[in-house]
Design a protein around this ligand. Structure first.
Ligand SMILES: Nc1nc2c(c(=O)[nH]1)N[C@H]1C(S)=C(S)[C@@H](COP(=O)(O)O)O[C@H]1N2
Ligand SMILES: [Mo]
Length: 199
């Protein structure tokens, strides 16, 4: 008789409590981009938050560099099932960027140089859970990973972390972004395996 180990997947999971269901570990850093890498010069770069009333809050690259920096170490979970643990970043917390932005909005749509968009509830950008990151692993963020700067929202699947981020539009209505329009889950919690609509 072969010995069947009914608890196998459960046991594996508890050995890696930091790995969401259905994910495997990678040591490299895969690049996933839906189009060509946009090249944005730092002279022209800006980050804009706009609100439902049309108010706009803008930072040039040098203004942005003068904001307080945080250095989060976070786990990344891609919907294509790879996870990379303990990644080290530097960036500006969305709490800092949203400080002083008066809004009644519930939703945010991140938009990028190159046209990519992704939506998330505004509250998921708050509470020390989201950054506009411009350094990775001690170096400037490479262009293929979203440099000069990308959104970093590690508690959601990585497609929510818009590379080459240009701004955030705050609104009263939830507007699906690029992958959400193509059938990906509206919210995308890796711990609840919210990969596609209906999950
Ligand atoms: N602007 C932009 N941001 C993007 C994407 C993209 O195609 N364009 N792909 C998303 C997806 S699906 C993933 S998994 C991650 C990949 O980030 P990486 O290439 O740094 O691993 O970026 C996300 N952000
Ligand atoms: Mo992805």
């Amino acid at each position: 008789m072969g010995i069947v180990s009914p608890g196998f997947t459960g046991r594996r999971r508890s050995e890696r409590p930091d790995l969401p269901p259905g994910q495997y570990l990678v040591e490299d850093f895969p690049v996933l981009s839906a189009g060509p890498t946009p090249r944005v010069s730092l002279d022209e770069w800006e980050f804009v938050i706009s609100t439902e009333t049309g108010a706009e809050f803008r930072w040039t690259w040098s203004e942005f560099q003068n904001l307080p920096t945080e250095t989060p170490t976070v786990d990344l979970h891609c919907v294509t099932r790879w996870s990379k643990l303990g990644t080290r970043w530097a960036g500006v917390s969305l709490d800092v960027l949203l400080d002083g932005v008066e809004t009644a909005a519930d939703y945010a749509l991140a938009h990028s140089y190159g046209g990519y968009t992704t939506n998330l509830p505004l509250e998921d950008l708050q509470g020390g859970r989201a950054w506009v990151a411009y350094r990775f692993d001690g170096d400037d963020l490479p262009a293929e990973h979203g440099g000069p700067a990308r959104l970093l929202v590690p508690h959601l699947y990585l497609w929510k972390s818009a590379k080459w981020v240009r701004g955030i539009r705050l609104s009263m209505a939830d507007e699906p972004g690029f992958w959400e329009t193509a059938g990906y889950h509206d919210y995308g919690d890796p711990w609840r395996e919210q990969r596609y609509q209906g999950d």
